[in-house]
Ligand binder design. Sequence first.
Ligand SMILES: N[C@@H](CCC(=O)N[C@@H](CS)C(=O)NCC(=O)O)C(=O)O
Length: 263
Amino acid sequence: MLTLYTHPMSPCAQKVRIVLSEKNLDWDKYDVNLPEKENLTAEYLKLNPLGVVPTLVDDGKAIIESSIICEYLDDKFPQPGLRPADAFLISRMRFWMKHIDIKVHPSCGALQWPLVMAHKLKQLPQAEQDAIIDKVIEKPRRERQRRLLKMGYDAPDVKDAVATYEKTIVDMEKELSKQPWLAGEEFSLADAAMAPYFQTLYQFGWADWYKSRSRVNDWYERVVSRDSYKNAVSVDFDEAKLADLNAKGKEAWLKIQSYLKAG
Ligand SMILES: N[C@@H](CCC(=O)N[C@@H](CS)C(=O)NCC(=O)O)C(=O)O
């Protein structure tokens, strides 16, 4: 039996949920309470020493890191396959997955975290805020969260995140002029991995960012219309939640636009 430790708003958990759904697998869901830092409890750290979601537990064995989980699922449950047949296209698929892990994911964190996570922490006394951030396992993440908590959208991380997203969208527009999906003629793990990072733009009301790029916009529309996306992502965003996130994203969008304009 498969159990996924997840969170509705986590893009890297969403990508695993898309893959589970593409493969029509049965799985149990455990929602980890990230705002309450359940991910840093001793019990959860036994499963995932990095203290993050997602974690997949298969037959008692924990698999961590979302891209590795996606490849594990494709190895263990090969039908339908989510990797291209051609070795070069597999290399392209892995390029995108690596780019997402290294660049897009932290950028998404910089844009999203001040709007959804920092708010709760800021209600605590300063010493408690510091103590919570001190427990974050990975140093780059810990320091990023500290900066974002203190500086919000004025943190340098946000400016870098905007540049990374912009370059990613431009590069995708180029790639998608050659082929319908990021790694060729078929939907692959690369598309499953990228899609949640566009959910972030959509949910905060920043869709104009990609809508002016016709191929990227068309790609995302095709992704969103798949059952896997509806089951894995859209299901967690009802109208009330989207309205709340849209409202939270309004002021941030002005800042993002000013960073885009400044280049
Ligand atoms: N490289 C990891 C990143 C995981 C990650 O950053 N997860 C976030 C949610 S999207 C998390 O658990 N954050 C908890 C925290 O920052 O305290 C993966 O791809 O699995």
